[in-house]
Design a protein around this ligand. Structure first.
Ligand SMILES: [Zn+2]
Length: 160
């Protein structure tokens, strides 16, 4: 017969803690069942290793996002026309980003996705057309130009 302490809650708890940490430390790795799964995203087809208790379906976070979070992409896609229109009207990615409420990186990313060739920044264009302007007048003109830009941009977007 087993000694009584085997049944005591304190003993059981201690054993459970020890065994759990042993699993964590890899002492029982040879007992783990590792299975090979194929990524559930149709176009991916990569395989990855997983344990049976892990509900993982996709090979990577990026695959999971592509399947589960299509909304974000779709919302931005709606703005493709708008984005192209603004960009061809001479607005910089920074100005578009500010107006549409996205980061400049994101706008640059989408310009690239839509294969819109990247211009140099608006300041550079301005300076190119005004090589003899003194720095102070350039700064003043840029501020004025920026205000005019915003008004044009708002008109293009149909905003007030
Ligand atoms: Zn995948």
């Amino acid at each position: 017969m087993k000694p009584a302490f085997y049944k005591s809650p304190a003993y059981k708890k201690k054993q459970s803690t020890l065994i759990k940490s042993a699993w964590k430390n890899g002492a029982y790795n040879h007992l783990r069942k590792i299975e090979k799964r194929i990524c559930a995203r149709d176009k991916c087809g990569k395989s990855f290793l997983s344990i049976p208790s892990d509900p993982k379906k996709y090979c990577s976070r990026s695959c999971a996002i592509k399947v589960n979070n299509t909304q974000r992409k779709r919302n931005l896609k709606l703005d493709e026309e708008q984005l192209i229109k603004l960009y061809h009207h001479g607005f910089s990615s920074k100005e578009i980003a500010e107006e549409l409420g996205f980061s400049e990186n994101k706008i640059n990313y989408w310009l690239k996705q839509f294969k819109i060739p990247k211009r140099s920044i608006s300041n550079a264009i301005y300076l190119k057309h005004n090589p003899n302007g003194d720095p102070f007048s350039i700064k003043r003109n840029l501020t004025r130009r920026k205000t005019a830009f915003r008004i044009r941009l708002r008109n293009l977007l149909g905003r007030r």
